[in-house]
Design a protein around this ligand. Structure first.
Ligand code: FAD
Length: 468
């Protein structure tokens, strides 16, 4: 809030908080529209969760889909995201996302020069393959090109500057921010400074997946016992500062668990490459206690994650040689780390995990019949075109236990990335994009749709703020 006893230390047209996909997309777009932009980042390097992501981006109607003769359009992507989101997605935001997704993907290629692999992947909940992976299978591939772009546009990025609170005028318009410079993350200390903005602030501080007290308030199951794939500094302070000036929070309890996580490694790790890109498409997940399937492996993340959590102990995913070779992915790191184990026969696999071999074979035989007939009457799993019965050794197995991965809730925004208050009115001078904003995904985000969201709404925020 505006306090009489301070002086502005400096002024910029636009202040962007955060150096993930959303913040950098916004900064690039605003600068391209000829305004002064300052980017601040609380940590001593850029990237947030964006840089550790897989870099998977989803879009319909792309050149790669055309090449592989995949029929898709914005309406189908809308429907898939709405189904996964249990209809809780804000229609205006979802429409904006799907309408601009192809353009956002194109922008990363044409404007940033991001190289993508020549493949299109299908993830749970998408009805057609529409996910693209950058070379290196890492968000760093995209993020480093965004950083190069900020350099070529002379956009200053200041590290160890932590945003603390918004400064508003008598009419409630955001006119600046209090920050801590030379910020020390461990002691949360630094030197107070006040930055005045002529046009506005774009908040792109990410989600709250690692903020245990805050997330547990929203969903009491998510205690410190549940690990996270997020960086430890993925906390809610930016969001909470917006709440203090009456910004509206939406759907904060909608927190996604990554169903493809392994309890046998820390953080995101190497297991998800096997689980999310191979196992869910071609394999089965069983409860080791009764060796039965219990969920649609290709369901959306919330469905699968919640189902695993509800059985109360890690479950087991099993796929075979055909699955791994057909996928084209290299899972040697997961094997080397012991997160994925290989077995010459189902007998060996059953012995290793102390499973009843007879029951295991029954489960796999039943599933194999479903694959041959092209439908799964038990859980409605989509049998992908190149799926084959699980028969060819070696067999691959991985233990699965969900980790907090993504927060669908956040600040209420308009389709123009303007932050709303609790009366549904726009807070002048304040924009939000990326994971700090809420409502696009409803109850469950589909794989690869977060990066699309960051770029679509980050760019919109950058365009909007510069036009003020
Ligand atoms: C391991 C992993 C893999 C993923 N893979 C994918 C994928 O393949 N496809 C996909 O679509 N999604 C994926 N996601 C989700 C996606 O990466 C994130 O939702 C997205 O990157 C968030 O971007 P963002 O810009 O909103 O926030 P972030 O990238 O988290 O950036 C926020 C930045 O703001 C900074 N910040 C926060 N508070 C302050 C403050 N007070 N002052 C100054 N700076 C601050 C943070 O330090 C951080 O650098 C993945 C997530 C994880 C964790």
């Amino acid at each position: 809030m505006l306090n009489e006893n301070f002086t502005w230390n400096r002024t910029t047209d636009v202040l962007v908080v955060g150096t993930g996909f959303a913040g950098l997309s916004a900064a690039i777009e605003a600068r391209t529209h000829n305004v002064d932009v300052l980017v601040i980042e609380k940590m001593n390097s850029y990237g947030g969760n964006s840089i550790i992501s897989d870099g998977g981006i989803a879009a319909p109607n792309t050149h790669l889909q055309k090449k592989y003769m995949i029929k898709d359009d914005a309406a189908l992507m809308y429907q898939d995201m709405l189904t996964a989101g249990l209809g809780l997605n804000y229609p205006n935001l979802l429409k904006t996302l799907v309408a601009n997704a192809e353009n956002a993907f194109r922008w990363t290629i044409d404007e940033l020069g991001v190289p993508y692999m020549d493949r299109v992947d299908l993830f749970g909940g998408h009805s057609v393959p529409r996910c693209y992976t950058p070379e290196g299978k890492s968000g760093a591939t995209i993020l480093k090109r965004m950083i190069s772009k900020t350099e070529s546009l002379d956009i200053p990025i200041e590290y160890r500057v932590s945003f603390q609170e918004f400064l508003v005028d008598a009419a409630g318009k955001v006119i600046g921010a209090t920050v801590l410079e030379n910020y020390d993350y461990k002691s949360h200390s630094g030197t107070i400074s006040h930055i005045k903005v002529r046009k506005g602030i774009i908040l792109a501080t990410g989600g709250y997946g690692a903020d245990v007290p805050f997330r547990q308030l929203q969903d009491p199951r998510l205690t410190s016992e549940i690990s996270t794939t997020n960086k430890p500094f993925t906390t809610a302070e930016g969001l909470k500062a917006a709440l203090k000036i009456n910004a509206a929070a939406v759907q904060l309890s909608q927190i996604q668990l990554g169903a493809w996580s392994s309890p046998d490694e820390k953080g995101y790790g190497h297991g998800p490459l096997f689980a999310d890109y191979i196992l869910f498409q071609y394999g089965v997940i069983i409860d080791p206690k009764d060796t039965k399937r219990f969920v649609n492996e290709l369901g959306d993340r919330k469905t699968t994650g919640d189902a695993i959590l509800s059985i109360g102990h890690p479950c087991l995913g099993i796929a075979d040689h055909h699955a791994v070779s057909q996928s084209g992915w290299d899972i040697s790191k997961a094997i080397k780390k012991g997160v994925v184990n290989t077995f010459e026969s189902l007998d060996h696999l059953a012995t290793h995990y102390d499973l009843n071999l007879h029951d295991l074979k029954n489960t796999i035989n039943t599933y194999n019949d479903y694959v041959s007939q092209g439908s799964d009457p038990d859980y409605g799993k989509q049998i992908v075109e190149d799926a084959r019965p699980i028969v060819s050794p070696p067999f691959y197995a991985m233990r699965l236990w969900p980790k907090v991965h993504f927060t669908m809730g956040g600040l209420g925004i308009t389709e123009k990335a303007q932050v709303l208050d609790y009366n549904g009115k726009i807070i002048e001078g304040l924009y939000a994009a990326g994971e700090v904003a809420g409502g696009v995904h409803g109850a469950s985000r589909l794989g690869s749709c977060a990066i699309t969201e960051c770029i679509v709404f980050g760019r919109i925020a950058g365009q909007m703020v510069s036009s003020r």
